[in-house]
Design a binder for this molecule. Structure first.
Ligand code: ADP
Ligand code: MG
Length: 300
């Protein structure tokens, strides 16, 4: 998935541990083959190739994933949208941009984006992208989904404790061998060696979105690599968003959504959801938390 995965398991011995880790790696590769929009042989690529042409029958697993994505789009009012992949590239976050794209170019860039045009047929298990040139991509949810699936498979194999960490999108269960909770560090986005706080994770997921390395600045506004699929403008105001909830899939999608929504709407949104909490670091490096999180400052 173009990302590093770290798998931790508690096992009887090293051989058994390695064996479990292999199982997780195979599961992650299997999912990549299904959902990658880069791999021309994936079912996702087939859906994209047939945009505006015809529905494509897919595995139930992919069908269900897409249908959950659409539910998240509805929940977030379109802040999260897997058809973001239909966007024309008008923003570049590699330092190559010298001026802002025109309003018109930005508006046109999202003309094919819209989850309302992803048509699912529950009985046939088919997916149809209504507009020619439309595409879907799982960049904002795939790593979380893969982490959940690898965890579920390891649990089914009897692994009592572990962590699947997809480059900061993690799902943990059980405890460390000494009985202590797994702990996750909330780091300063501007200095990853500096820990703001440590949080215990009990059988749940923690996902951080924040690629502050990828941004562009115009008129003193920092535009980040996550783009609002409704307007074509990049998100501003947030350096990183961390979501705590049961599954890494939902956490992944919501972390991206919070970026798009911005601080006020994002916090309001999270505070209305049961079992979801967040920590946001704003553009001034200030830490803001949802209602049910109390941060203990790091003592290091
Ligand atoms: P990161 O780990 O890079 O911080 P995210 O989980 O926030 O990542 O996902 C960012 C990726 O998601 C982008 O590179 C792009 O592929 C995709 N994406 C960007 N904006 C959206 C959006 N509004 N809805 C769905 N996917 C998006
Ligand atoms: Mg995400």
């Amino acid at each position: 998935m173009g990302s590093r995965f770290d798998v931790t398991v508690v096992a009887e011995n090293e051989d058994q541990g390695n064996n479990f880790i292999d199982i997780a790696v195979n599961e992650i590769s299997r999912i990549e083959k299904l959902i990658s929009s880069w791999d021309p042989n994936s079912q996702t690529s087939e859906i994209n190739r047939n945009a505006g042409i015809k529905p494509v029958v897919v595995d139930d697993e992919l069908f269900q994933l897409i249908s959950r994505c659409i539910k998240i789009s509805k929940l977030t009012n379109g802040a999260f949208d897997i058809s973001y992949a239909s966007m024309d590239k008008v923003w570049f976050f590699d330092g190559s941009m010298t001026e802002m794209p025109s309003d018109e170019a930005i508006k046109n860039s999202v003309s094919k984006v819209g989850y309302q045009n992803i048509i699912l047929d529950e009985t046939k298990k088919s997916v149809f992208l209504k507009l020619e040139g439309m595409k879907i991509g799982f960049g904002a949810i795939g790593k979380g989904y893969a982490a959940d699936k690898a965890k579920a498979l390891l649990q089914a194999k009897g692994v009592t404790a572990g962590i699947v960490n997809a480059s900061g999108d993690l799902n943990a269960w059980g405890t460390q061998p000494d009985g202590n909770d797994w702990m996750v560090a909330i780091v300063n986005p501007l200095n990853k060696n500096k820990v703001f706080s440590w949080m215990p994770v009990h059988n749940s997921a923690v996902v951080t979105s924040g690629n502050y390395e990828k941004y562009v600045k115009f008129n003193n506004v920092l535009y980040t690599h996550i783009i609002d699929p409704r307007t074509g403008y990049p998100a501003t105001g947030i350096l990183s968003a961390t979501i705590f909830t049961k599954t890494a899939e939902l956490a992944d999608a919501l972390a991206t959504s919070i970026f798009v929504m911005g601080i006020d709407t994002g916090l309001d949104f999270v505070n209305q959801l049961n079992g979801v909490e967040c920590i946001i670091v704003d553009a001034n490096n200030k830490v803001i938390t949802s209602n049910n999180i109390t941060l203990k400052p790091n003592k290091d």
